[in-house]
Design a protein around this ligand. Structure first.
Ligand SMILES: *[C@@H]1O[C@H](CO)[C@@H](O)[C@H](O)[C@H]1NC(C)=O
Length: 189
């Protein structure tokens, strides 16, 4: 039992120390609304002709219903992420937003965003959150957050959120410093 958990902790530390960290590159123009249908492969997405972009659905706007509760999955949470895949204008801008729903005892399990710092605020309920610092400190920082509280998960560090309340759901909004916190490997994939 003890050896299993120390193995798991070691594996986690190994993961933390191996990961690459990099920010989204800064834009060289006003915007570069992603043309997701282009066959051209570049680092990111190629830009739509700026004359053909508008304020309607998917360039700079999305009727995302982020005010509405979500059905939760098998770990009793649901991350509704609005990044470049939902709003093409987020391409190159280095920012995205998510609504996270947590059922009672739900969790957003440990994960990292190699290119994004995350700032989270609790809209409803209570969350127990934390992150692990990298080598050599390997410190665990955690906190119970109440409605209105704000917490920061630094770029690249493994972090999680858990709703410790067995009766009430929780809701959070997170903003991330990358437009592509989940990535497709290429423009075509
Ligand atoms: C998350 O919520 C969305 C919107 O309500 C829903 O379509 C999706 O199926 C949910 N995901 C899971 C894993 O339940």
């Amino acid at each position: 039992m003890a050896s299993t958990s120390s193995f798991l902790i070691l594996a986690l530390f190994a993961l933390v120390s191996l990961q690459a960290i990099a920010s989204d590159p800064s834009p060289l123009q006003d915007f570069c609304v992603a043309d997701k249908n282009s066959p051209v492969l570049v680092n990111g997405f190629v830009c739509k002709n700026p004359m053909h972009v508008n304020e309607d659905e998917d360039d700079f706007f999305k009727a995302a219903n982020l005010d509405k509760p979500r059905v939760t999955n098998k770990v009793r949470s649901n991350v509704t992420l609005i990044n470049v895949m939902q709003i093409a204008g987020l391409n190159t801008l280095g920012i995205s937003i998510a609504r996270i729903d947590y059922a009672p005892l739900g969790q957003n399990p440990p994960h990292t965003h190699p290119r994004a710092t995350e700032i989270l605020t609790v809209l409803e309920g209570t969350l127990y959150v934390g992150f692990l610092t990298s080598n050599p400190e390997n410190k665990f920082l955690s906190k119970v957050l109440n409605k209105g509280d704000v917490f920061v998960f630094p770029i690249g560090l493994i972090h999680f959120q858990f709703n410790p309340n067995p009766y009430k759901p929780a809701v959070a909004i997170s903003v991330l410093s990358s437009g592509r916190t989940t990535t497709t490997k290429s423009n075509l994939g």
